[in-house]
Design a protein around this ligand. Sequence first.
Ligand code: CUA
Length: 300
Amino acid sequence: MFLGPSNTTGKVDDAFIFIVVSSVILLAAVTICMVVFLAKYNRKKHPRPEQVKESILLEVIWTVIPTILVMFMFYFGWVDFEYIRNPPEDAMTVHVTARQWSWLFEYDNRKESDVLNVPMGRPVKLLMTSADVVHCLFIPAYRIKEDCVPGMTTHLWFTANESGTYDIFCTEYCGVGHSHMRSKVVVMRPEDFAAWRRSPPGNTVADPGPKLLQSKGCLGCHSLDGTPKVGPTFKDLLGRKETVIIAGGEKNITVDGAFIREHILQPRSATVKGFPPVMPTIPMTEEELTAIVAYLETVK
Ligand code: CUA
């Protein structure tokens, strides 16, 4: 069996390769027969058509062989599907919240992250939901994906075999920021993961700002380096002159701490001109708001 970066990779690839290889062999056999018959039974060699009699043997062969093949395909598909849908009892649970347009991963000790950190060699179970619309978590290297649906909990599981970083994509169109809704699986050695898990959560370190922007999902739509994304960049935000759309009319403002606070609490009250009015409402405490505004003042 092909061993990939996770236990699920080989399972899916085995079934896939089996189906592709048997299809290619069948295609080649049918094509060769067609060409041979064209050469052998063309009009020049056979000016008068012959009556073809039935052949029980042929009928049996071309019924039995494809039946066996599709039963094999069904068997592989079923066994691997069973395996991939049923996480083992001892799997480590990570809660996943998808939202427009970022991912939040929460661990059993309330640690939060915007990337999926996992230890190598241990089964990980993702319990997933959505805060707004339907999203879909896809890890291409592991060949697994599942929808994240508001009001429902769906699941995925895998065991990472190799350390490294693997892409996570959202594969359900979920609005203007859909293509930005990316993250990573970061597979660590078990001792590194244990150390990361024990390290204090973001909001107890000296400057919680950057951590908050990540875990609240702000960076899904706003860059720190000037790149325009779904929303305006955070670079040089404080003191910037912007035209905003308020209640259908335009207004020129200078961005200050009060505007940022109000805009986070009531995103649709004003929209910066040139950007879609899609900012979601994200729950924030007073301390978190203060920390974010304080940090944004330093982003130059
Ligand atoms: Cu979330 Cu597409």
